[in-house]
Design a protein around this ligand. Structure first.
Ligand code: NAP
Length: 241
């Protein structure tokens, strides 16, 4: 069976992406860090609809955990393969630069960027061997335009977009595509502390986006229909430039 690995699949965008990709017939590997209850709920929703879902907890920013968890999954699934990887796990630790602690800087960069590197490198080999794969990196509007209070997050997401472009060129000869999605304000745990009523006035479409809307875009990029798109960053932000 073909599987999609979704990092940070327990909540928010990742959970919606897991459910959407499952509805398209992919088995789903739901990665999460610590929130097992939420991950279990996503798995149950998928299984209730006849889909296949495995839970695979690991910290994306820890090389050993990534290699060990994925190694075990591969051993237990000799005839299955990961054809879609969604690098979605991410955190925010906002602070004006002048007050930002080194730990806030490193934690955000590490979760997004080291996470992308460790997980993608581990999964890439199988895709290159089979000459097929879809890698989708969840970046952010913050990585395209930079947002005050988010020097760490903007840097991490901008770097992720750079890595997307570089890797896309490396693996295109093997028919593996690599694209990024750059959401604006999407309703999730990550944005629940924001002042939605005032911020939505800055969005031309006048509202925050829904996780399911991002999932629909990711599903397109994961499908055969997107075979000629690679190295691209697609914004989904209600017109917020
Ligand atoms: P969220 O609701 O806070 O969920 C974050 C997810 O990432 C959770 O599943 C969490 O797992 C997982 N995670 C965090 N650190 C991890 C680690 N070290 N290893 C493995 N998993 C980890 O966030 P979200 O809003 O859905 O955001 C998802 C992605 O979209 C992020 O990359 C974010 O930067 C990006 N994004 C979001 C928005 C937005 O408006 N929401 C906008 C632009 C970009 P646990 O449940 O175990 O904690």
């Amino acid at each position: 069976m073909n599987f999609a690995l979704v990092t940070g699949g327990s909540r928010g965008l990742g959970a919606a992406i897991c459910k959407r990709l499952a509805s398209q017939g992919l088995g789903i590997i739901i990665n999460y860090h610590s929130n097992e209850t939420a991950a279990q709920e996503v798995a149950e929703t998928i299984r209730d609809k006849g889909g296949v879902a495995d839970l695979l907890p690991f910290d994306v920013s820890n090389e050993q955990s990534v290699d060990s968890a994925l190694g075990k999954w591969e051993e237990a699934h000799p005839s299955d393969r990961i054809t879609v990887l969604v690098n979605n796990a991410g955190i925010r630790e906002d602070s004006l630069m002048i007050f930002m602690q080194a730990e806030q800087w490193h934690k955000v960069i590490s979760t997004t960027l080291d996470g992308f590197f460790y997980v993608t490198r581990r999964v890439l080999k199988g895709m290159l061997t089979k000459r097929h794969g879809r890698i989708i990196n969840i970046a952010s509007l913050s990585g395209l335009k930079g947002l005050p209070g988010q020097a760490n997050y903007s840097a991490a997401k901008a770097a992720l977009i750079g890595a997307t472009k570089a890797l896309a060129q490396e693996v295109a000869p093997r028919k593996v595509t690599v694209n990024a999605v750059a959401p604006g304000f999407i309703r999730s745990d990550m944005t629940k502390d924001l002042d939605e009523d005032s911020l939505k006035k800055t969005v031309p479409l006048g509202r925050f986006g829904e996780a399911e809307e991002v999932a629909a875009l990711v599903a397109f990029l994961a499908s055969d229909d997107s075979a000629y798109i690679t190295g691209e960053t697609i914004s989904i932000n209600g017109g917020l430039l």
